[in-house]
Design a protein. Sequence first.
Lengths: 175, 379
Amino acid sequence: MSRIIDSLLKRFDKAVEANVRSSARSYGRRSFLATTGTVLAGAAAGLPILPFDRRANAATGDEAADPCSYWRQCAIDGFVCEESGGSITQCPPGTSTSAVSWVGTCMNPDDNKNYLISYNDCCGKQAVFGATFCNNNKGERPGYRMGLYNDINWCMANTDKGYHCTVSIVMGQAE
Amino acid sequence: MKRQIHAVLSVVVLSGLAASGAFAQGVEPETLSVMERIPEGPHVYVMDFGINGASPIYVLNGDDLSLLGSITTGTFATMKMSDDKSTLYSSSAYLRRYTYGEVEAVIHAWDPQTLSIKKEFTVTPKVAQALSQRGTLNASADGKYLLIQNATPATSITIADAVEGKDLAEIPTPGCWTAYPSVEGMSFTTLCGDGTVAKYTYDASGKAGQPAKSDKIFDADKDPLYGDAMRIDGKLVYVSYGGTLYVIDDSGEKPTLAKTVPFTEEGWAPGGYNLMAYNKPTNTLFILMHSEPFDGSHKAPAEEIWAIDMATDKVVGRSEAHHEASLTVSATDDPVVYAIDHMGGVHRYAVEKGDKVTLTQTASREGVTMFPTIVEADF
């Protein structure tokens, strides 16, 4: 039980910390997707990891210690897959990728450019409570902008609807 | 064989009790029973979202917040207390193989005093597996129909017969979210991403024609509205991320914007999930607020609870909060506010009325739930 409580505390500590850290981001940057609220299908097919994506090549530093503050997690709401047996771009073995996803627009501090991030859920297993739960909401909207909504099970269109964890896929530049 | 084992075990157990002196000390044989109901008095119902399994509802004493019992629903649940407080409705999903397989979406009608099932029935498995919120499960004003939010992710509303326990029909509501029943008649109102508010009118079979859409009322890019809404003086009151109330008159053919009420001040904004609560006898709206807002802070835990006099549209009180993300208030002349924090704790506030409204925490209990999402009271 204490492990579960520790996990819970960790989860919320991370969420609060991430909120504080992201407070410096300015309001008003929005992508065309933020305007249209388009739902991406098949995002899990994915794009190559961009060469300046340091996290893909190095798991050290503050970002590794705090997965929620990593720049591409600006609109994530879920358990991170890299602590669930997968990676930031790969679902853990034996799961399925969500057929639909929500989208965030996050600024990469390395080049000051905005990128469209597809947040796909991985489906068909229970969540791993040892994994960090991140709750960032930049540009998030209620279900009337479904493609920007993160308070829903994005495994909803899969055969296997059990929510497991969330990956964050760079889809391309937003602007 | 089974009978023989029972006989042998009984002898062993009875012998052991005799040897231990239990009978010798005069303890009378006891009778196993089930408590018929929770004790009389005020009660508060706290839903644990249960992202990793069932969504339980913990039932607490409304005065001291001690645990009195619980209700267990499926996963990704929400709940709604009927206006007369006689039924607690829930909608939730049951997956055939727990994390995969065929989905059964179930509507339960619970007796909030005995915590037992009054009625249950299945509806379309399209029911939205969304975070518990007021706009995704509602009952019509006469209590005959239930309005249930679907998402595949295409959105629609299921009309169910609450009396017969039957799924009647699905009404497509593309680009719109939540459904709040009209004060009279068979209609509901929903928020749409193009900034309009749409009103759908359905018949006894649950079918609806084209919606009556308002003019553009809000800007989902610049100052989006939360899905949470309160029915106040016959109108629907929404709140924007930036801290403006949008009062919608949905009594006519199509919804109209009655007025907007910018109530916040620089450096403060609303935050949370089910973040508003309205007490009719005092005509007071309570809302969770946080400081230093930014793009993405709209679910931030509360630092203060603000009270707004809905007669004058003025903020008449600001009280210390305890990191809550959802709240409710009693319907009594002396309001009691219950709020749930992001760590799973529950807080009870007494409300001092008058020109200045002050909330004082009178009880709190930590660790009630893992993932609290919505709270109701039965008084």
